[in-house]
Design a protein around this ligand. Structure first.
Ligand code: CP
Ligand code: NVA
Length: 301
């Protein structure tokens, strides 16, 4: 079996590779916007395996593959033999013998690692309980397009130390920005993920201190997919970490703010910031399309 390149976390790309993907993402955005053909993946097929809900991820990968001249097929894990207990190893071997690339959104990060270990084609992590690296490509593209190089700048993560937070930690280490994580006790990111980022990351329980002078503020839902039963408890614990005007006013005068969506207005972010005409959150969402097209091109090149 050949050994394909996978994208299970951001750490699967070097700094130079990541920057090249981000540059290509902006190029592809221009090609798309000006109607220039860019069918670099003619005939290539992507299998998209979803064990959790999705709007952006599904639409961006499916539209992106079509725009690149290929195609994508949606597979819900519950409607395939995976839902009836066929081993991941067997599923990976079979699916990867038929398609060129696989995208998976699932619960356990270990499951995607197992799939990748038995896949003869590249596997992309489209969100696990632990990481969401595709969203970070879009976020970094958005930050870069609006404010330029993030090296030496400061980002502030507000709220739950979840899968998105973990991918921000990886990004800070690779791209050379400082990440302050503002979260209450009991909601910290994984100590091993934090430790691997060395001095790129600090945990600051006071959201006002964490946001002060930051160039980027970013948050995410307080209850991720799979944590619905804990929603009330989480809302109470995380209330003080809402991304709002008061925190934005403490940040750098040129600060932008991001949210991967879907958002809960009035919980982790105010309606006012969500609906502010200067918000770049909608660019961030659109950039999922361009960034993932660049990623797929890279992995298949
Ligand atoms: N941000 C994100 O991954 O959105 P979806 O859950 O809609 O795919
Ligand atoms: N942390 C969220 C991100 C959704 C895109 C979740 O895992 O549900």
């Amino acid at each position: 079996m050949n050994s394909p390149r996978h994208f299970l976390t951001l750490n699967d790309l070097s700094r130079d590779e990541l920057l090249a993907v981000l540059r290509r993402a902006s190029e592809l955005k221009q090609l798309q916007r000006t109607g220039m053909p860019h069918a670099s993946l003619s005939g290539k097929v992507m299998a998209m395996i979803f064990a959790k809900a999705s709007t952006r991820t599904r639409v961006s990968f499916e539209a992106g593959m079509t725009q690149l001249g290929g195609s994508a097929m949606f597979l819900s894990s519950s409607a395939t033999q995976m839902g009836r207990g066929e081993p991941i190893e067997d599923t990976a071997r079979v699916i990867s013998s038929m398609v060129d690339i696989v995208m998976i959104r699932t619960f356990d990060h270990e499951d995607i690692q197992t799939f990748a270990a038995h896949s003869s084609v590249p596997v992309i992590n489209a969100l696990t309980d632990d990481f969401h690296p595709c969203q970070l490509l879009a976020d970094m593209q958005t930050w870069f397009e609006h404010r330029g190089d993030m090296r030496g700048k400061t980002a502030c993560w507000l709220g739950d130390g979840n899968n998105m937070c973990h991918s921000y930690i990886n990004a800070a280490k690779i791209l050379g920005f400082n990440l302050r994580i503002a979260c209450p006790e009991g909601y910290e990111p994984s100590p091993s993920v934090v430790a691997a980022a060395g001095d790129a990351v600090t945990i600051e329980p006071d959201p006002k201190i964490a946001a002060s002078g930051a160039h980027l503020l970013v948050t995410d839902v307080w209850a991720s997919m799979g944590q619905e039963a804990e929603a009330n408890e989480r809302n109470n614990a995380l209330q003080a970490y809402q991304l709002n005007r008061e925190l934005l006013d403490l940040a750098d005068a040129e600060a932008i703010y991001l949210h991967c969506l879907p958002a809960h207005r009035g919980e982790e972010i105010t309606a006012e910031l969500m609906d502010d005409p200067n918000s770049v959150i909608w660019d961030e969402a659109e950039n999922r399309l361009h960034a993932q097209k660049a990623l797929v091109e890279f992995l298949l090149s």
